[in-house]
Design a binder for this molecule. Sequence first.
Ligand code: AKG
Ligand code: FE2
Length: 349
Amino acid sequence: MPIMVLVNNYIWVEGSTSVLSENALKIPVIDLTETENEDLLSRKVVQAFEQTGMIYVENLPGLNLEQIYECNKWFSKQPREVKDTVLRHQWNNKNKNIYRGYFPVLQDSGLFCEGFEVGEDTHVTFDSKHAKSLFYENSVWPAEDGEIKFKQKMHKFYGCYHKIGLDILRLCALGLGLPETYFQYMFCDKPLSTLRLLHYPQRNGEPPKNAARTKDGKIIAVDDHCDTEFLTLLTTFGHGGLEILDNNGDWQPVPPRPESLMVNIGDTFSSMMGGRFKAVRHRVVDLGIERYSAAFFLAPSYDVDVGFDIMKKARGETTNLTEQPFGPFLFRKMKYEKKYPEFKDLPDE
Ligand SMILES: O=C(O)CCC(=O)C(=O)O
Ligand SMILES: [Fe+2]
């Protein structure tokens, strides 16, 4: 049984391989309020996305990680009857929500956690040929018991995450020698970003015989993957278990950093950068304890073209790629290429 230690209000698992020196991976810490030397800061961001594909970000305007943790714990302890009201249609055919909402632990799927996902929620009515796309489905919300203002907080955090994501993209643009507002147009009109709360229950008894394992025998809770969207902003509330594949092909634990987000590049951004920015492969290993995390996947709007090479276009060169709206790109990746267990049964659009 690992020993739990409380450090700065975060639970760290003593002796866990995930609490290593930050330098082992050379993940730089970016302070979003360090505005006096943005030149240096933006170059640091670009270099990290080229080399490791990950940064820590601290001083997060408006984002209270403790409160997100509270939301996550509140949702995960709701009785199954409450969770059933927001369960996706595929597991509860009384519900209409196909894309947003709750997914349960899917035994033997390579994803040993339950999750709750929301979108921007401002798409109630709008005039677009994509208004009926499942990506623009409204979020669904559980009944509240008065303990915390769950829906209100989730909306607030969604907005903060979005702003932080755009701030990081502003630094990327500066570091790449592009106008600082270069990326903003992609996200200003009904972005498809998702805020996801994950809860990994402690496994009781013998682990499943066919569970995927690391070379040294640890059980995998989330299989090796890259994120699909533009940027991922992740917090694990101090829990270890996240590992990334380094440039030598070795899996390295990513130590959680108090009061900070871990930010990595998704496939969309990586492909638009011609691979220069690395969509880092990552996985979660089961350390034998209950675990929580929250991920915000910053994603462009449905119609935004993601089928070109940003740097080539900026240099006025032809990019050879064909126009590719983000919505269908995301759908194809999730359902057909990656076959994510929680999305593989999405109906075709
Ligand atoms: O729970 C984590 O630490 C990571 C989860 C993850 O990689 C994902 O949701 O894409
Ligand atoms: Fe991921």
